[in-house]
Design a protein around this ligand. Structure first.
Ligand code: FAD
Length: 386
């Protein structure tokens, strides 16, 4: 068993750390307060190859393995979770689903643009279909040389910024998951309308909004993968994005710990830095233990992915653990800040708001636990339902 990163992964880690400290950290507070997606920063990230991180070089990508990608997500999230999640949705859900299911022409048409900076979305959720994508009501009906899309998608990250949408719609009504198909929809397609941006508790740098489809005609050749084969694409996309969110949760937990330690060294009470107090030391130690446990699970899951093994359950475990570790770290480190932690002037309050999303997006905690329990019960012949 070898826990060491390769030389190449270590070099990539140094590059990500330097980029995050130079480009992400100075912008993070502004991104949150102005609720402004960090587009200039993402252009710089594209120039570094990060927007095509795991895409093959033939499509303009950087050809990273999943472990290297987790190092990228971790380092970005250490300073700004909005940036890390925007990138995660763009790469792991949108671009990688096109790589996974796309024809050679579709990949050529979309992926170099996406690696070059044009953002992507993954539009799955609907008003009546959140944890249960089998209830999707957006329809795609074949008519002559196109599909006609009608319906509403909600909570679409990057929606107002993207050039490419991956949209999951019902092509066989009544068949639930077995009747879903995925489509590539260009942003300017007539019949596609963007809704108002969602006002959110945290991740305020992200552009999240509904997308309305009304008589939206998509060329038949934009069907992604097999007709009625969308669910398998979605499942693989879930595996990837859960791992990337787990890595982002790891970074956010580390960022919160950084802030807490810095504050505990500087803040003096009873004549000494509060870091001298055992209660504060315990908070710091507990966070560090949780973070190291999470790091091992993230890296193990990435190793499963990189060696071609099934990593679905491990990815659910990692994402579930990450949501709790990041929540606890932000909460404990806010406590270390005392009343200042409750002030918007201190970054820890942003971390506290942002990490809450990790227990919801990419499948809620409850759904991750179901996914883990299902595998365990399966082994005993009991098939459980969500
Ligand atoms: C910041 C953010 C970004 C997002 N980005 C995207 C995006 O880019 N694309 C996209 O398609 N979606 C996106 N989403 C939507 C996200 O995937 C859904 O919010 C999530 O899947 C949960 O669905 P829901 O909100 O409809 O909750 P519901 O499914 O209505 O669930 C409500 C509550 O009931 C629980 N619950 C539901 N079913 C069960 C069950 N069977 N057993 C136990 N508990 C259950 C849930 O866990 C939750 O606690 C985003 C969400 C957030 C918060």
């Amino acid at each position: 068993m070898d826990f060491a990163l390769t030389e190449e992964q270590r070099m990539a880690q140094d590059l990500f750390r330097a980029f995050a400290e130079k480009e992400v950290a100075p912008l993070a507070e502004h991104t949150d307060r102005a609720e402004e997606p960090p587009m200039g920063l993402l252009r710089k990230a594209a120039a570094e190859g990060f927007l095509g991180a795991t895409l093959p070089e033939e499509y303009g990508g950087a050809g990273m393995d999943m472990l290297t990608y987790t190092l990228l997500a971790e380092n970005l999230a250490r300073h700004c979770l909005s940036t890390a999640v925007m990138l995660g949705i763009h790469t792991m859900l949108s671009a990688m689903t096109i790589l996974d299911g796309g024809t050679s022409a579709q990949k050529q048409a979309c992926l170099p643009r996406m690696a070059g900076g044009e953002l992507g979305t993954f539009a799955l959720t609907e008003p009546e279909a959140g944890s249960d994508p089998g209830s999707i009501q957006t329809t795609a009906v074949r008519e002559n040389g196109h599909y006609r899309l009608d319906g509403v998608k909600t909570w679409v990250t990057n929606a107002g910024l993207a050039g490419v949408h991956v949209v999951v719609a019902l092509t066989e009504p009544g068949a639930r998951h077995k009747g879903l198909s995925a489509f590539i929809v260009d942003a300017g397609t007539p019949g596609l309308t963007l809704g108002q941006r969602e006002p959110t508790l945290g991740l305020r740098g992200m552009d999240i909004r509904p997308i309305y489809f009304e008589n939206c005609r998509v060329p038949a050749e934009n069907l992604l993968g097999q007709l009625n084969g969308g669910w398998s694409l979605v499942l693989r996309a879930f595996g990837r994005v859960r791992l990337s969110l787990a890595a982002a949760g790891l970074g956010a937990a580390e960022g919160a710990l950084d802030l807490g330690i810095k504050f505990a060294v500087e803040r003096r009470q009873f004549g000494v830095p509060i870091g001298q107090k055992q209660a504060i030391q315990n908070y710091v130690a507990d966070c560090a233990v949780d973070i190291e446990a999470l790091r091992r699970l993230v890296q193990y899951t990435a190793w499963l992915a990189d060696t071609g093994q099934d990593y679905g359950a491990s990815s659910s475990m990692a994402k579930y653990l990450a949501g709790r570790v990041a929540r606890d770290a932000a909460n404990k480190m806010l406590q270390v800040h005392g009343g200042y932690g409750f002030s918007d002037e201190y970054a820890i309050s942003r971390f506290h708001r942002d990490v809450r999303a990790l227990r919801l997006l990419g499948g809620s905690d409850e759904i991750q636990r179901y996914a883990v329990a299902r595998g365990l019960f399966d082994a005993h012949g009991l098939q459980i339902q969500p």
